[in-house]
Design a binder for this molecule. Structure first.
Ligand SMILES: [Fe+2]
Length: 166
């Protein structure tokens, strides 16, 4: 009987080796972060609430930094960027870049899907736990994870401050 082969999971995909998972993760996450930097940047450019603008400066900067670091690591490992933003997510660009929606509405929309930070970040923390050989990528991702926690904390705290009082 063949020895059971260890498998690796990222989001809803299974991989036969750590390297395969790492290469896919770096490309997928790079793409997601680059897109986040774009639509949050479009929002920042038209935001009216000074405290939203200020926070978005850091948040956007971080997302772009993550995209750049992930791409650099992907290339270092011999990969090339391939993932594209799914069609259905492109609407977010229109939404966040539109003045038809207030800063408060946009903040509320993001806050509503970030209520449970560790659950939201599980796709990343679970992948990190599976990385054993590539310590370099592992710590790159672990330190990005810390940034993501800071971003979520800012979104939730700002929403608490700015949300319409019942
Ligand atoms: Fe991010």
């Amino acid at each position: 009987m063949a020895a059971s082969q260890k498998t690796y999971r990222y989001k809803d995909q299974t991989f036969g080796s750590e390297r395969e998972m790492v290469m896919h993760l770096l490309d997928d996450y790079r793409c997601v972060e680059g897109f986040a930097a774009q639509y949050l940047g479009a929002w920042k450019a038209i935001s009216k609430e000074a405290c939203v603008t200020g926070g978005l400066r850091t948040v956007c900067g971080r997302e772009q930094l993550h995209a750049d670091l992930l791409e650099a690591r992907l290339r270092e490992l011999g990969g090339t960027p391939q993932c594209k933003v799914p069609e259905e997510r492109l609407a977010e660009m229109d939404y966040y870049g539109s003045e038809d929606h207030s800063d408060i509405e946009k903040l509320g929309k993001i806050a509503s899907r970030l209520q449970e930070p560790e659950k939201v970040l599980q796709f990343l923390s679970q992948a990190i736990e599976q990385i054993d050989e590539d310590r370099d990528t592992r710590e790159l991702l672990a330190t990005i994870l810390d940034d993501e926690r800071s971003t979520i904390q800012w979104v939730l705290a700002s929403w608490e401050d700015l949300k319409p009082q019942a």
